[in-house]
Structure formats: C-alpha cells, structure tokens
Design a binder for this molecule. Structure first.
Ligand SMILES: NC(=O)c1ccc[n+]([C@@H]2O[C@H](COP(=O)([O-])OP(=O)(O)OC[C@H]3O[C@@H](n4cnc5c(N)ncnc54)[C@H](O)[C@@H]3O)[C@@H](O)[C@H]2O)c1
Length: 326
C-alpha cells in the first residue's frame, strides 16, 4: 500500500513517515511547509508541496502516486492563535479536511486516518477520560478537531471508507535530535526555554484540586504515537467499514511540578519554579483511559516520561547549543 501522509514534514508527521517505513509501508508526503520542514522528509519519500485546500493538486497526487490510504495530520494547532483567528482555523482544519475528503472519496480510497486531539474533551470532570466522555471543546482549535471527527465519520458512513480519529494527549520527545519539536507551545519546550534564558520555569496556578495543586496531564512519546498510527492504519486496511475513535495516551497523570522537577534533573539545571496565576481555560486534570486501543488493537505505549524529556532535551540542545550544561 502507499499512504499519503498530509503534514508529513511536521513534528508528528515525520515520525509517522519513519514508523510506516520501518513497518514496510510506502509513503508520500503532502505538505505546504507552513510549519513543516522539508529536511524532515527522508530523501526516498516523495514530497508534494501544496495545501490540502488545493483540490486539483490533491486529486492529481492521489492518482499519480496510486494512493491507497490517507493519514491526515496537516493542520494548524495553536490553541491561543485559534482564539485570535477562528476563521483561519476553520478554513485550514475543517475546510481543508472537507476538500481532502472530497478528493479521497472521488478516488475511492478505502482508508482514512485523522489526527484529532484531547482538546475535543475541553474540561473533563472525570479521573480518566474515555472515548465516551462528553466532548466540550474550549477553543476554536478543539472545535475544528471535533468537527473534523464528525466530517470523517459521516463521510465514512456514506462512502464505506474505513475511518479512524486518534485523540492524541500531550505529545513529547523525538526519535532523534533532528526530529525534535521546534515549537514552544507545550510544557516541556516552555520549561527548556526558560532554563536556557536563565529564568525560573513558570507554573500557572498551584491551587488546583490535584495532589500538589498543579495541573495534571498525560504525556505520550511521539515514537509510540507514530507506532499507533501504523497499528491503526493496518487495522483500517484489513477491515473494510471500520469506524474507530481512539485515545492515544499512557493513562498516567504527571503534574506540572513533577514534570519541572524531572526536567531539572535531566538537564542539570536546578531552578525552582515560580508560581503565577492560573491561565483561563486550563483544566485541572486530563488523563486518558488508554484501554480501548490496547483491547481492540493490542497497541500499548513503551516509552516513559524520562525518555520523552531526555530525547526532547537532545533536540533542544541541538537547536540551542548554549543551553547545554557540561
Ligand atoms: N503536537 C501535539 O501535541 C498534538 C496534540 C494533539 C493533536 N495534534 C495534531 O497532530 C497533527 C500534527 O501536529 P504537529 O505537532 O506535528 O504539528 P506541525 O505544525 O509540526 O505539523 C503540521 C504539518 O502540517 C502542515 N500543514 C499545515 N497546514 C497545511 C495545509 N493546509 N496543507 C498542507 N500541509 C499543511 C505543516 O506545514 C506541518 O508540516 C495536527 O493535526 C495537530 O492538530 C498535535
């Protein structure tokens, strides 16, 4: 099979491309390089540069490369920016998906895997979030992911295409320093940035109803996440008519304070954090029940938080050599 990986020049997409290759699957990357990096795409993998909003180029790419399945990661992903620019987010993430699905169904491609997010849940009031927990996204970004899931499922139902929406929890780490996430949108790079600047890492609120008062999240290594894509892609290809919605997490909550302590230990910095007021909209605890994918498809995460911090730090130091401590 040949899989089209939209967003394959991005942080997660580049890991999916490698995991697919290791599993013996052929891939073609489709990316407009708006936040992706061409050098992340292996030399032997074709890279088509264009937007998923370009219906003609998408249709030509599907035909020319004889694509038989699609993994759709291309999207805008910054929660804060989505609040400022909702129309842009709906256009890129929802209209882009609609255009892609139109071409995919016209070409009768049988398998479609969609990158969703734990952002669809919003502020869940349960200890472990299952796929049945009500979805109440808090940002336009989360809304576009939920609308995307609806669009994918509805299209699958009418076309007979097998579909899956994967709800990623907090993605971290890298398969190698050259594949590290270069954006500073998540806790780990935000802490690295502060340490590199010689400033204390920040905790936004320590009065949450959690054991140490700081927010609790579920972190998943990007290499595990990429392998989950291979598992799900194969399940779609082998079972026509499949319709899956799956959490991709580890089921283990780690607090912001614990994470900063671990980062201090890995990096050799020993900076006590400062506590600032809560940010609006931060849920106290978001931890996945990761059992459905384990039970239905036998996938389980292998890497722990230590692996994520260590590999993320190697990538950070490569881009910020002055951050290294001897
Ligand atoms: N990183 C996370 O923690 C996280 C968590 C949950 C969900 N996700 C989702 O995973 C996917 C990948 O995220 P990432 O962290 O790798 O982000 P990223 O920004 O590194 O990758 C996105 C890729 O999509 C490309 N792209 C964006 N708009 C495009 C368009 N219109 N047409 C073609 N290509 C386009 C970008 O150039 C980039 O290469 C996204 O859908 C994101 O919403 C990410």
């Amino acid at each position: 099979m040949t899989w089209l990986i939209t967003g394959g020049a991005g942080y997660i997409g580049a890991h999916v491309v490698r995991a697919m290759a290791q599993a013996g699957e052929r891939t073609v990357v489709y990316d407009d390089l708006s936040s992706g990096v061409a050098e992340r795409v292996p030399a032997e993998v074709p890279l088509v540069r264009g937007s998923v909003l370009d219906a003609d180029l998408v249709a030509r790419t599907l035909a020319e490369h004889e694509i038989s399945g699609v993994v759709h990661l291309a999207a805008k992903k910054q929660v804060g920016e989505s609040v400022e620019r909702p129309l842009h987010y709906y256009r890129e993430n929802v209209e882009g998906l609609r255009v892609l699905l139109e071409a995919v169904t016209a070409a009768e491609i049988p398998s479609f895997l969609f990158s969703s997010s734990a952002a669809v849940y919003g502020m869940p009031d349960v200890d472990l979030v299952t796929e049945e927990t009500p979805c109440r996204p808090l940002s336009p970004y989360g809304e576009t992911k939920l609308a995307g899931e609806w669009l994918v499922r509805a299209t699958g139902r009418t076309s007979g295409m097998s579909t899956a929406s994967l709800r990623y929890f907090n993605v971290a780490g890298a398969a190698g320093p050259e594949l590290a996430d270069t954006g500073v949108f998540n806790l780990i790079p935000m802490v690295f940035e502060k340490l590199t600047e010689g400033a204390p890492p920040r905790i936004f609120g320590d009065d949450y109803p959690t054991p140490d008062g700081t927010c609790v999240r579920d972190y998943i290594h990007v290499v595990d996440l990429a392998e989950a894509h291979v598992t799900v892609a194969r399940a779609l290809a082998s079972s026509p008519g499949t319709d899956l919605t799956l959490n991709i997490g580890r089921g283990e909550g780690v607090s912001v304070r614990e994470m900063i302590d671990r980062i201090n230990a890995v990096t050799g910095y020993d900076r006590a954090p400062t506590v600032t007021p809560r940010r609006p909209g931060d849920p106290a605890r978001v931890v996945a029940a990761a059992t459905r994918i384990a039970t239905e498809l036998g996938w389980q995460a292998k890497y722990d938080v230590q692996d994520m911090i260590t590999s993320a730090w190697e990538g950070w130091v490569r881009h910020h050599p002055a951050a290294a401590r001897s």
